[in-house]
Design a protein around this ligand. Structure first.
Ligand code: BGC
Length: 735
């Protein structure tokens, strides 16, 4: 075995592009540490504890909106960090509230400014597609541009910290928060998270255009038993390390300022007090030096978990476990001093937590610039460009799942049916915050009209209700092609919105048959925040566009894809199962002793649905077609080089997303059948062929055994292919 591939301790490895940050501090960092030391030395225990509390901004916001001059000037409050949850502190008057609070805070004894955080997940004043949709664009530049746009808009409403990116690998379509994730794959999730952190935080958090990001929910929150939110997670340490930790490692390496542990328990210990996760791995192995904040009320929930009593005990367990700041509940405020007096918490541990809080405030430049000149900042923002970005993102998030030639729309008369086609709110998504730019014009109907389509709209049905068959038939008869909306409402995904059924609700199956009975081609546009079980659409529709919750300019972006004004660009980052009962279903399943063999009785399968996904991870069509030839893989030094000749065999220009997958053939432990290791998009003119090369660091082909990540010599299988289910099997060896 060469030196390169010998076993390495995890912290020293390059995994998913993540390198642990250097231990040598830059001069300005040394200066910040000195300022922190000086400040901490002057603080009373009560003041220190005040830095570890986050108050619910709802109450503060209400108080401020009554009389904007009357900030709650309680000195204890001024040590707090305030969450502006649900925008109650923010909104249009956010920067005014922000400045009142910051002025009051810095006028206090210690002059410490506030962090004011909010969930600007895929939206601030402009609403972008939900993360699950955005991830399908496989476009790091787009993700970073959106992060930057969210950051600067957030500052104008008085928010200097956001609880995003959510980088929970999510493999179970029943879990409602899959909408907030980048899907089922660690590599895609890592790249998505890093790109967003770069956009949100920029190169300099203190430049007045960026805000602190928060990697959440640490860790494996996306794997609750049964897909039910908040439920316990059962998985091996190796899977934790190889699947769920890499996005966090990558975000920490990218300098994410804060991390939020998840609600659930891992190894029967709530993440909120899980020192193995928070201290050994996050701080020890990954070298994280930022701030950890509990999730909403999660310190209090240690009591409900049955592992702590309220007050000093809950506070001690959370702080000792690795939480720096308690969100909303008051066990730290009520019990930490008592815990110090009892000796269950060392004051040095409190100092360390305070230092982590202050470091973020210094990094944000808040001590030097505590207030915001929102009007001046706004004058520098091109909101029209942000709206154009939202439209571009909506189009790029769409995944063309099927097309029997009916798209792009060319028929003279189009019937548009389904209630959601005229509902601008439903275009948005689970964390749509303000979207001041939103108007009733942000609908699919308005988008089609704007693109010059001769379209007649009839509601005919709601997604969950009855079908007016007469109205539907009349609408179809008057048209050459029918664009029908399917899916589910946005309220069905997001936090605590697990679904035991991911099939199309209401009478949507009857809509398919009713349209088909008219003989008109059926274009299905599917909305929603999770992968849905749509085998009937796959079988009967003439075209299917997965539009997700496409955001505040979503109707327009989706219309652009339907009309061909934009090329289909997205590829799935999750599998689409045939039925709910298959969940969790994901392409990178580990091998079994009885691999599935079509038609064979004693190989793994369900007896009532096909084994293959209706649409697999990585899948997505375009308005042209591509062929792969000359696929090859070779090892060059520390890299594995994949190459293929990709030809545009259709008659339109188009962009192919070339993907590479590997599988370790004989390993020490059971390995996934395929794992995505890289991707590259290539634009080709009709008839054009290009040799596409993707280089993968061999150091990323390993896995963990007994807590040690290793890349082992031996034979690998490999694919350079358009999705996770196709491609010629190639082989290579690492020596
Ligand atoms: C969610 C977090 C969110 C927090 C603050 C919690 O309920 O789990 O994702 O950041 O609330 O709003």
């Amino acid at each position: 075995m060469s030196k390169l591939f010998s076993s390495l301790p995890l912290a020293a490895c390059l995994v998913a592009g993540a390198a642990v940050r250097g231990t040598f501090a830059a001069p300005q960092e040394i200066d910040v540490e000195r300022r922190i030391d000086a400040l901490v030395a002057r603080m009373t225990l009560e003041e220190k504890i005040g830095q570890l509390r986050q108050t619910n901004g709802g109450a503060v916001g209400e108080a401020l909106s009554e009389d904007m001059s009357a900030a709650p000037l309680d000195p204890a409050f001024l040590a707090d960090v305030t969450a502006g949850r649900y925008g109650s502190l923010l909104g249009r008057r956010g920067a005014v509230s922000y400045n009142i609070l910051q002025r009051a805070a810095v006028a206090g004894r210690l002059g410490i400014p506030l962090l004011i955080g909010h969930d600007m997940i895929h939206s601030s004043r402009t609403c972008y597609p939900i993360p699950l949709a955005l991830a399908c664009a496989f476009d790091e530049d787009l993700w970073t541009r959106i992060g930057a746009a969210i950051a600067v808009e957030s500052l104008t409403v008085g928010c200097n910290w956001t609880f995003t990116p959510m980088i929970d690998v999510a493999r179970d379509a029943r879990w409602g928060r899959i909408a907030e994730s980048a899907g089922s794959d660690p590599l895609v999730t890592s790249r998505f998270g890093v790109a967003l952190v770069k956009g949100l935080q920029g190169d300099d958090l203190a430049d007045g255009r960026h805000i602190a990001a928060c990697a959440k929910h640490y860790v494996a929150y996306g794997a609750p038993l049964g897909g039910r939110d908040y439920n316990a997670v059962e998985l091996s340490d190796a899977t934790l390390r190889d699947v769920y930790l890499p996005p966090f490692r990558a975000a920490v390496a990218a300098g994410v300022a804060t991390v939020m542990p998840a609600f659930h328990s891992y190894n029967d210990v709530p993440c909120t007090m899980n020192a193995y996760l928070l201290r050994d791995i996050l701080r020890g192995e990954m070298g994280f030096r930022g701030l950890t904040i509990s999730d909403w009320g999660a310190v209090d929930e240690l009591v409900a978990h049955g592992v702590a009593t309220p007050g000093a005990d809950a506070a001690a367990k959370a702080l000792n476990g690795g939480i720096d700041m308690e969100m909303v509940t008051t066990h730290f405020a009520d019990g930490l001093a008592e815990a110090v007096a009892k000796g269950t918490v060392r004051e040095a541990a409190i100092d360390a937590a305070v230092r982590n809080v202050l470091r973020v405030k210094f990094r944000l430049g808040l001590f030097d610039h505590p207030t915001i000149d929102a009007a001046a900042l706004e004058a520098t923002i091109d909101f029209a460009a942000h709206r154009a970005l939202a439209r571009e993102a909506a189009a790029k998030s769409c995944v063309l799942l099927k097309n029997d030639g009916v798209l792009p729309l060319a028929a003279p008369r189009v019937a548009l049916v389904g209630d959601i086609a005229t509902n601008s709110r439903q275009m948005q998504g689970t964390w749509s915050t303000f979207d001041f730019s939103n108007t009733t014009n942000d609908t699919l109907l308005a988008g089609l009209v704007a693109d010059g389509v001769d379209v007649a709209y009839t509601e005919a049905y709601t997604l969950t209700g009855r079908v007016d068959r007469v109205a539907l038939a009349r609408a179809c008869d008057a048209a050459d092609v029918v664009v029908a909306c399917f899916g589910d409402y946005l309220e069905k995904t997001g936090e605590n919105n697990a679904s035991a059924r991911i099939e199309l609700p209401g009478e949507q199956l009857a809509v398919i048959d009713a349209v088909k009975a008219t003989g008109r081609p059926l274009v299905a546009v599917v909305f929603g925040g999770r992968p849905l079980a749509i085998p009937e659409l796959a079988e009967k529709a003439d075209a299917i566009v997965m539009a997700w919750n496409p955001g505040g300019a979503g109707g327009w972006g989706v219309a652009d894809v339907l009309t061909g004004a934009a090329e289909p660009y997205g590829r799935l980052t999750t599998d689409f199962p045939t039925a709910t009962g298959e969940c969790p279903k994901f392409y990178s399943r580990t091998l079994t002793g009885r691999h599935h063999v079509p038609g064979a009785r004693w190989t793994t399968r369900y007896n009532d649905v096909p084994f293959a996904s209706v649409y697999p991870f990585g899948y997505g069509r375009t308005y042209t077609t591509f062929a792969y030839a000359g696929e090859r893989v070779s090892v060059e030094g520390a890299e594995v080089v994949f190459a293929a000749d990709v030809t545009n065999t259709g008659s339109r220009k188009g962009r192919e997303l070339v993907q590479v997958y590997t599988h370790d053939v004989v390993a020490q432990t059971v390995r996934p059948r395929r794992e995505l290791k890289g991707f590259r998009r290539v634009e080709l003119a009709p008839g054009e062929t290009r040799r596409v090369e993707i280089r993968v660091p061999a150091a990323t082909l390993g896995y963990t055994v007994d807590k040690v990540y290793r890349v082992e010599p031996g034979r690998f299988e490999a694919w350079i292919a358009p999705d996770s289910d196709s491609g010629k099997t190639l082989t290579f060896r690492l020596d």
